[in-house]
Design a protein around this ligand. Structure first.
Ligand SMILES: [Zn+2]
Length: 422
């Protein structure tokens, strides 16, 4: 038995925000109330700390199979636990891609060995070919939680429509990375800084919001649910708002880097600040924050994208792969750039990092309640933390190394077991 004493217990689902004790047994929370006495229980003193549901991240890249020099499911799970996450959803751009039952089973077998909940989507199209749908029904039955070709946008509107119709039939949804290659230049560099500083044609805003506009309207027409991944432009927030206003089933996520920083970070952090979609302008950063505040954007997801240092440290930055390791800085970025900055309350931040992403997938996660799962994150919301290059992830490609952020994860508990302690 585990007894968490005197923490500020915060549950976005019920609205509970009170200093309480939490008693855990056999993977479940059995009691939440002020002053629990339990002989023989292992005690965690959470005085001055926040006790929240284990964080849920619906967008991670764990690189297994195929690119395990960057990350594998085990180190990815360790990074998640260190960041306060107890449930994550892997993207399917592994090598081979998660397009068939055999690869899916291999991934899920590996995931089952971890102490946190590692789930995965499967691809929308076979091996990302952009043309032929995978067998959604068989993949769902074998344990995939949804579908995405994240990383390779779907160019064919016909395929998008077919995928939405199939997903709707099966009571699931597709998630889309929106960057139309036909409208884009070099990925990872926002068009402004690309032109002014790097003298190249960079990643344009229109590539994102035009493709997104097409897809939310297909969702409107098909009455299917589409989830927009890591949107980054002011206009994209407006597109989502417009579609939601029409009654379309459109949900959206933003990555912490996009509400924290702008394209200028490329000048100081180089390739570690290169990602798809790229860091944008201050007006875009403000717009995604407003989208979070108004509820147009309901989910914060990391897009944890580890890369090996040798791959990032190439002479020509345009040749470096896009993406940053994100699981171990996500909570701190939310605490720093949203809560400390006065944009969201701590409860609102937690809702977007626990209950909302969990609800999207109907996971039994993301809340604290008696008889609910004992997936719990205990953190100091006020502590200053200097981000250094020591991560549980195999990778250290973070543009936040050297920055002092708010917040320190103290314990991560999953299925009633302490899986991380600092
Ligand atoms: Zn993506």
């Amino acid at each position: 038995m585990l007894l968490i004493k005197n923490g500020r217990v915060m549950d976005p689902k019920s609205g509970l925000d009170q200093v309480c004790d939490v008693l855990v047994q056999d993977g479940k929370i059995i009691k939440i109330t002020p002053e629990i006495k339990e002989e023989g229980a292992e005690i965690i003193d959470a005085s001055g700390l926040v006790v929240a549901p284990g964080l849920v991240d619906i967008h991670v890249h764990f690189r297994e199979p195929g690119q395990t020099h960057k990350e594998d499911i085990h180190t990815g799970a360790l990074a998640a636990a260190a960041g306060g996450f107890t449930t994550v959803v892997m993207m399917a751009n592994t090598s081979p891609t998660i397009s068939d039952i055999e690869t899916l089973k291999e991934v899920l077998d590996s995931a089952a060995k971890e102490k946190i909940n590692v789930k995965t989507v499967a691809t929308i199209t076979k091996n990302f070919n952009g043309q032929d749908l995978t067998d959604f029904k068989a993949l769902l039955e074998a344990g995939a939680v949804g579908f995405s070709d994240d990383g390779i946008p779907l160019e064919s509107s016909k395929v998008v429509k077919e995928a939405m119709e199939e997903a709707k039939k099966l009571n699931t949804f597709i998630s889309l990375h929106e960057e139309d290659p036909g409208l884009n230049g070099v990925l990872g560099f926002n068009e402004n800084i690309a032109k002014e500083h790097f003298h190249i044609c960079g990643a344009t805003g229109v590539a994102e919001y035009a493709m997104m506009a097409r897809d939310v309207m297909i969702a409107y027409a098909t009455k299917a649910h589409v989830h927009i991944q890591h949107l980054s432009k002011e206009e994209s927030v407006k597109v989502v708002e417009f579609a939601q206003g029409l009654g379309a089933q459109v949900t959206a996520e933003v990555a912490p880097q996009h509400f924290s920083k702008t394209e200028a970070l490329l000048l100081t952090q180089g390739s570690n600040a290169k990602m798809n979609p790229p860091l944008r302008l201050e007006s875009d950063r403000r717009a995604v924050i407003e989208g979070l505040k108004s509820g147009i954007i309901t989910v914060i997801a990391t897009d944890h994208a580890p890369h090996h240092a040798d791959e990032k440290n190439v002479e020509d930055i345009t040749k470096a792969p896009s993406g940053m390791t994100g699981l171990e800085t996500s909570l701190s970025l939310g605490l720093t750039y949203l809560v400390e900055a006065g944009e969201l309350s701590l409860m609102e931040l937690l809702e977007k990092m626990t209950y909302n992403p969990s609800k999207l997938y109907n996971f039994e996660a993301g809340y604290l309640a008696e008889n609910g799962p004992a997936d719990i994150t205990i953190f100091d919301a006020k502590a200053d933390r200097l981000v250094d290059s020591h991560f549980a992830s195999k990778a250290a490609n973070s543009p936040f190394i050297g920055e002092t952020l708010k917040g320190q994860v103290k314990y991560t508990i999953c299925k009633g077991q302490i899986v991380y302690q600092n």
